[in-house]
Design a protein around this ligand. Sequence first.
Ligand code: G1P
Length: 288
Amino acid sequence: MKIRKAVIPVAGLGTRFLPYTKAIPKEMLPIMDLPVIHFIVEEAVNSGINEILLITSKDKKCIEDYFRPNKKLENFLKLRNKKECLQQLRRVPDNFKLYSVIQKEPKGLGHAILLSEKFVNGEYFTVFLPDDLIFSEKPVIKQMLEIFAKYKKPVVAIEKIERKKISSYGIIKPKKVCNGIYDILDIIEKPPIEKAFSNFGIVGRYILPPEIFKYIRKQKTNIKKEIQLTDSLKELININGILGYEFEGVRCDTGDKTEYMLAIFRYASIKKELTKRFKKEIKKMFRI
Ligand code: G1P
């Protein structure tokens, strides 16, 4: 069963990055010369995904523009013989089909995913939450697809979460299967620390079965008038079971200002041409 589709919800308001996000989507925050969404789409495409659906808002058209060819610009660069610039343009992944659907108001992750039902069309599919930028040798969703191929069960990415951030994540009750792989026995969304089953939180990569839509549709909205995904995942546990996978890689939550800066530093540290001066200046700046 080959998984070919990815759903990426990008309709969120990005309030943690105001005023920047007043005019520019948080998914377009630059990690040096590439927007965050570039890394997410690249991870999908490099894992064999060839159809991507953005759950977007009408104010975020520039995300789609980024992935569409710009013939006018290309022709201009060709005319001026700007080979280097043309090469930079070609870094944008284009070997996939891009679709979009508008989420009129942010009503939670479950609601966003529900809008992908037609696109998913009865197949297993992947979900990427674009705040979670993960640097890894093998794309994380590829790692997860390999686990899916072996166990034929839905898979969610998990990570050990520091105590004070537990209440910002879906927290799982794990039962070890083998190194890095856990059966999920229960899930609780954003619990106070005393109600958390463990310190394993769900992070933004999922492999889901099409049955998930049935459960999301049954879901009632919470106090914030949102439909969460976690409640539907909970129902799935009893049907297919779900695996939690502790991925290999370093995650930066680009929705958090410090981690966003760390993502830029990490990217700079792997860009060889930058490393030397960058390290020197950072040492000077932080007196280390
Ligand atoms: C969502 C999910 C949560 C998960 C988190 C990962 O929350 O509801 O279970 O742990 O993503 O980033 P959000 O961050 O959208 O509030």
